[in-house]
Write a protein that binds this ligand. Structure first.
Ligand SMILES: [Zn+2]
Length: 295
């Protein structure tokens, strides 16, 4: 299957009250605005204060997996449901919202099982963290640390509910659990949609420019970098990390040979691959913060 025909999958995790539903609402609204076919798997509608009508609106197709957790008891069912969703709805993109107790990495493992592994791509785990809950250290424990350490991207949500001076310490604490994971601050799960897409994906039409709180948000942008041939893989990975790349994708002629480079959060993978078009070699699409200062 051509890489462009593969379907990117986003896994959304986080404790109850972390803002998963709010993020899902945003993704649904965005899909409608840009005319994208979204496939949604929700672990348990019952736990969501979300309107079923909204989940069936436009070209969205939703499936519920209830009565267990998608990362463990229902992992076989998840594979079946994803395949069914692909066949029946041909989505441009799939979002899996797990229950609050699920482990994102274990959920991603299902994506690497056939037949899903044959058509899924760019799976990313985003984990939402309630800043207030983190500040008060409520009900956190091993499960929280497991979720954080499996995240490709952390959204520190509800930052308006804690003093701003506290935020660096909260971020430090998260980085104490998982050092390299990118953290994005948010209110009402309002993050730049670019961050949740594969680096080289483009919505069919540009979403309307939304009013962002620029005092809070860093601005993210996709840009194409020219990478000179002959870098070692490790030098390339180090360069991408230094750039603060949150996502990256493209082909590079490394010292070890031509590589497909895929970066999702702290995961940067280089796999031997020849680009379908030689002109693509040495071009890397990178999404990163462009306005310097955090916060
Ligand atoms: Zn589970």
């Amino acid at each position: 299957m051509a890489d462009r025909d593969r379907i990117p999958v986003l896994v959304v995790s986080g404790f109850l009250g972390s803002g998963k539903t709010t993020l899902l609402r945003r993704l649904l609204a965005e899909a409608q605005a840009v005319g994208e076919r979204l496939g949604v798997v929700v672990n348990d509608f019952g736990s969501l204060g979300i309107d079923r009508a909204l989940l069936g609106a436009g070209s969205t197709r939703s499936v519920e997996l209830a009565g267990g957790c998608v990362c463990c008891e229902l992992s076989d069912e998840l594979v079946v449901v994803l395949e069914e969703l692909r066949r029946s709805a041909r989505p441009d993109r799939i979002v899996i919202e797990t229950s609050g107790l699920a482990l994102p990495y274990e959920t991603q493992l299902s994506l690497w099982r056939p037949p899903v592994s044959e058509w899924s791509s760019d799976d990313m785990a985003v984990v939402l963290v309630n800043a207030e809950q983190l500040a008060e250290d409520r009900d956190l424990g091993e499960l929280f640390e497991q979720q954080v350490s499996a995240a490709d991207l952390l959204i520190l949500n509800q930052v308006d509910r804690v003093p701003e001076s506290l935020l660096p310490a909260l971020e430090e604490r998260l980085h104490g659990i998982e050092p390299d994971v990118p953290i994005v601050r948010a209110v009402q799960a309002d993050v730049d949609p670019l961050l949740l897409r594969p680096a080289d994906a483009r919505p069919r039409s540009a979403p309307e420019e939304r009013a962002h709180d620029h005092a809070l948000h860093r601005h993210y942008a996709a840009e194409t970098l020219e990478i000179e041939p002959g870098l070692t893989e490790s030098a390339l990975v180090a360069r991408l990390r230094a750039l603060g790349a949150v996502r990256a994708k493209g082909f590079v002629a490394t010292a070890e040979g031509p590589r497909l480079v895929q970066g999702v959060g702290r995961r940067i993978e280089c796999t031997p691959a020849t680009p379908p078009d030689p002109a693509l070699l040495g071009r890397l699409v990178v999404i990163r913060a462009v306005d310097g200062e955090r916060g």
